[in-house]
Design a protein. Sequence first.
Length: 425
Amino acid sequence: MLQLSDLKIAIIGLGYVGLPLAVEFGKQVPVIGFDIHQKRIDELKSGQDHTLEVSPEELKQASKLSYSADLAELKDCNFFIVTVPTPIDDFKQPDLTPLIKASTSIGQVLKKGDVVVYESTVYPGATEEVCIPVLERQSGLKFNQDFFAGYSPERINPGDKLHRVTNILKITSGSTPEIADFVDQVYNLVIEAGTHQAPSIKVAEAAKVIENTQRDVNIALINELALIFNKLGIDTEDVLKAAGTKWNFLPFRPGLVGGHCIGVDPYYLTHKAQSVGLHPEIILAARRLNDRMGEYIATQLIKEMVKKRIQVVGSKILVMGLSFKENCPDIRNTKIIDMVKALKEYDLDLDIYDPWVDSKEVEREYGLAPVSELVPNTYDAIILAVAHDQFKEMSPQQFHGLGKINHVLVDLKYVLGKDDSDLRL
């Protein structure tokens, strides 16, 4: 059986999850960070990370970490960690293509005694039902006889400089009791917060997928309450602050639920539930409600403009923020796009400003060209959509200064006081 002293790790996928993990392991044991994109490898070799999750100084500290896009260089590795994306397709079904491709690649270099650990979010059973057969087929080796597997779900929070990979408690699991112990020991080399060893791979998979499902359902409830309070003419934040005085009231806020976790993970669980004949009522209802919020916000803005006698067709609108969350350049599955698409149906002129995002990436993904600077006295409506620190530092007067004499200011993130904006959730 593999020993810690013989450990040579390969981390497959160097995005928000894989790179921070590779850096931490690379401070202690030999690690090869593998990515299919040569451009990403070249960037990291130059000491830069465009995701901003790891600083140049932190990259330098990982003295035992190297990078490669050449699969052949992984032949000497014996502990593989898979951190590729697990998105959904246009029909909101799990897209396991990246996971299958990663497993196919690993299968080509897999040897007897090797261990493969998956971190990507999946439905319960996916590792053993989908990934393991690919590894067996490609390698010609037999699972739990020649090679072994584990599952240790990622808990990275993009843009969060407080909760890092080392100080977030890690769930671990393995395909045999001995491998479960070994996988746990490996992660304990770098996880200062400690680990929780799940009794099986399926339990670990299920634990991960319900973390974000629970958040999604909770936010959906608050979004629905916001719709109700809006109809009743009550300020939602006032209600939530009052209710929050009770010790066990959960501090969720209404908003757009995007990103590659909360807005995606529930569909993995519902897919598996439906495959065994169960229709998950609450989870899917929450997803539908959260997915409608972008269109709802657009409609509310148009109503407010009409109340102020602002001509909608041909008006100039500014959306401040496009990334799926604050202080993060990630635009994957950002629900602000839903609001933008809904607004564009009114034949208006819309600008997007976000100092965090890559303009070329935005144009490639969404066909939009963000503006690089803000011009005062220009807009009929301003929407504060993402609570970046740069926006939090602005005064109400600065926000209003971007608008024409008669304009609407929308605050979706409760950055401003109740009386400083015209509309909020």
